[in-house]
Each structure stands twice: as C-alpha cells, then as structure tokens.
Design a protein around this ligand. Structure first.
Ligand code: GMT
Length: 374
C-alpha cells in the first residue's frame, strides 16, 4: 500500500511508535510517506520506500498563533493527490486527526476518497484532549475517522468514558524492535558507573510532572540506604531543574547522573538492573517495554495501561500511584540476588509478546479492512 503517516517528529512515544511503524512497513515493501514539520528523530536511514514531506508553516505578522493545522491539512491534500496514497494514518489526535478530517473533506470535494486511521496515544485523550478547549474537536475527528486504534485497553476505555464516541476502537499495543533493543555487552560502561558492583537503576522520560520523577528519586534514595546503587536519569524536560535540586536536598546528588536526551538508550538499558516508572498517567509505557526488551525488570505504578505490560510479581511490580514505600520494598525484592535473574528473564519473555514482527501484520490487516470499507 501507499501510506501517509502523520506524527510528532520528536523523541516522544507517539512519534517513536509512528516512525518505527513506518520503517517496518517500508521494509515489508509498502511505500511510506511521512508528513511532519521536521525530520522524525528516528528516521535516520535510507530506504527506497521511505519519503519525507515537510509541512511548511507560512508566518504572517497578523498571526499570533501560526495556523499549523491548516498547513498540515493542505500538505496532506497535496501528498495524497500527487503520491496517490491509499490511506492516511495519523498519530496523536491533536491536531492530526482534525487536520486529517479536513483534508479528507477537501479531497472528497475533488472526487478523491482517502481512508483515515487515527491512533490515540494517551495524553491526547487523558490530559489534553478532554480539556473543554479541545474536547468537541477531538470527539468530532475521532467519530469521522474511518478507523481508530488505541495503544491499550485502558486507553480505549478512557476514550469511551470521556468522549461521546460512536466508532469501534481497535486496540493495537505498542511494539518493540528486538534487534535494536536487546541486552548488549557494555561491561566497561557498567564498571565506570558502578565501580564497586553497585546496582544500576534507570529512569527515562520527558521529565514532565505526569512522570512523577520526584518519586523516582525518593524510591532510589530509600533503596540505596539498603543496597549500594546508582541512578541514571535519561531524558530532559520541564521538571529537570527541580529534580536536580531535590537530589542535592536529599544528599544523593553524587549517586545520580543526568544523561539528557540519548539516541542509543538501549546501551544504557543494557547495563541496568531495574527500571522505574511511577507515572501518574501512562497509556502504555513504551519506555518500560524498551527496558524489558533489554532484560530490565520494572517497578511501576498501576496507572493506565501499565499493568497490561508489566505483570505484577512476574516482570516487576505495580503499585498505587505515589506508594513510594511499597515501590521501594518491591525494588529491593527484585534486586535481591535470589530473584533478580528470574525477573530479568521474565521481563524479556514478556517483551517478546510485543515484538514488531507480531504487531506489524495487525496494522496491515487493519489498513486493508478500513480501506475496503471506504
Ligand atoms: O509519555 C509521554 O509523555 C509521551 C507520550 C506521547 O504522546 O508521545 O507517550 C504516550 O504515547 C506512548 C506511545 O503510544 C505511550 O507508550 C505512553 O504511555 C504515552 N504517555 C502517556 O500516556 C503519558
């Protein structure tokens, strides 16, 4: 098929999923056209089936807010027409779904039918989308999409709960490329960070409030009072300054390293013993899946779709949001010599269930089904 993919081209989970999906489809022989405002971060190699179309946003002194959604819709119209696309797949409802609906209506007026599939990723529903400033547009554009997918059962339920949705939502979970995310031998790195055999705990996120990085730091402090440990914080975002301050205040700054945004996060995960994800909201938890693929057990909250991935007592543990005490006890349990290897093995086995090789055909089948109904 000829597929147009619209996404945020950044490090965020939805952009990563969209880009990896497009790369995977291209490798299978589909022609994939990315339509974004800049080159997607992970679109970093040549493939004859991959194309990138940049959305140009014309500025004008009158515009306090440049109308990105209109520029995007116009670009979609252009690409669908001239590349003769069979389907548009937009990731993250705001504003991609409404821009796609607009593009579809324009194309229809010219006698061109283009099916659109919208994938809901999480905050487009649970945080931003249900805000009254966006809710009517999100509801309308989900209802007018030809196909709608959500990355977990929990997100599907949340969408029906908060919006008046008439469409069937299909759950297609996040996936992982096990060739890229696998435990590699990085002993020199581990020696440099943990010279005395300390346990290595890792957290990766965009450092937004919803990730509760405070909890990460507080759990680490408590764990390190019992077991010598180090904490690596990967990523960057609005809470970083505050978290640095908290580490100083708690007297653990020397045991914590801030690595910023990393391309090859799998290298860090390859030497990790435990991953922390105490999020307030998380539709799926792609970062935890990446850790598990590298044989890293997960201590997490039970928010959103996380329990659909992290199996309590098997691949790690899930606790109520903010229950730092329980998460600490669970972390110590997993890190014990007696249990660590079993949890690592279980984490990898679970990650294999989300292998891109298994999930790609589900998308392909869904595309064919949606295209046949339009
Ligand atoms: O986690 C974030 O804040 C980034 C966000 C995004 O929209 O890019 O991630 C969301 O989509 C990911 C891919 O589907 C999911 O794995 C994340 O759980 C989800 N984040 C939230 O729901 C907070």
């Amino acid at each position: 098929m000829k597929i147009g993919i619209v996404c945020y081209p950044t490090f965020g989970g939805s952009g990563v999923v969209a880009t990896e999906l497009g790369k995977g489809l291209a490798k299978k022989g589909h022609e994939v056209h990315f339509i974004t405002y800049s080159q997607p971060t992970r679109l970093d190699f040549f493939n004859e089936n991959l194309f990138y179309h940049e959305v140009n946003i014309r500025s004008y002194p009158l515009f306090k807010y440049p109308p990105y959604e209109l520029a995007l819709a116009s670009k979609m119209v252009d690409v669908v027409k001239f590349e003769k696309l069979d389907l548009l797949h937009v990731h993250y409802a705001i504003p991609h779904a409404s821009a796609a609906v607009l593009a579809k209506q324009i194309l229809k007026s010219e006698g061109i039918e283009i099916p659109i599939v919208t994938t809901l990723h999480g905050t487009d529903i649970t945080l931003v989308g249900k805000d009254p400033s966006y809710e009517p547009v999100v509801t309308y554009s989900i209802n007018l999409s030809d196909g709608v997918t959500a990355v977990s059962d929990d997100l599907k339920k949340d969408t029906y709960k908060h919006f008046n949705i008439q469409r069937e939502i299909k759950v297609i979970p996040n996936f992982i490329d096990l060739e890229k995310f696998q435990r590699q031998r990085k002993d020199h790195f581990k020696m440099a960070i943990c010279p005395n055999g300390e346990k290595l705990i890792v957290h990766t996120s965009n450092f937004r409030k919803v990730k509760r990085v405070d909890d990460v730091v507080r759990i680490f402090k408590k764990v390190s009072e019992t077991v010598p440990a180090r904490l690596l914080l990967v990523g960057d975002g609005p809470e970083r300054g505050h978290i640095e301050g908290l580490c100083r205040e708690l007297g653990i700054y020397d045991e914590v390293r801030f690595l910023g945004k990393l391309e090859a996060v799998e290298e860090v995960l390859s030497v990790a013993d435990l991953f922390l994800m105490p999020s307030e909201k998380e539709s799926f938890g792609l970062a935890a899946l990446e850790a598990m693929a590298c044989q890293v057990p997960v201590i997490s909250s039970n928010a959103g779709g996380i329990p659909e991935l992290n199996i309590n007592g098997q691949t790690g543990f899930t606790s109520n949001i903010g229950n730092i005490e329980e998460m600490t006890q669970n972390a110590l349990h997993v890190l014990s010599e007696e249990h660590l290897e079993t949890f690592k093995r279980n984490a990898l086995e679970r990650a294999k269930e989300f292998d891109i090789v298994k999930i790609l055909p589900i998308y392909e089948e869904y595309y064919s089904h949606i295209a046949s109904t339009v």
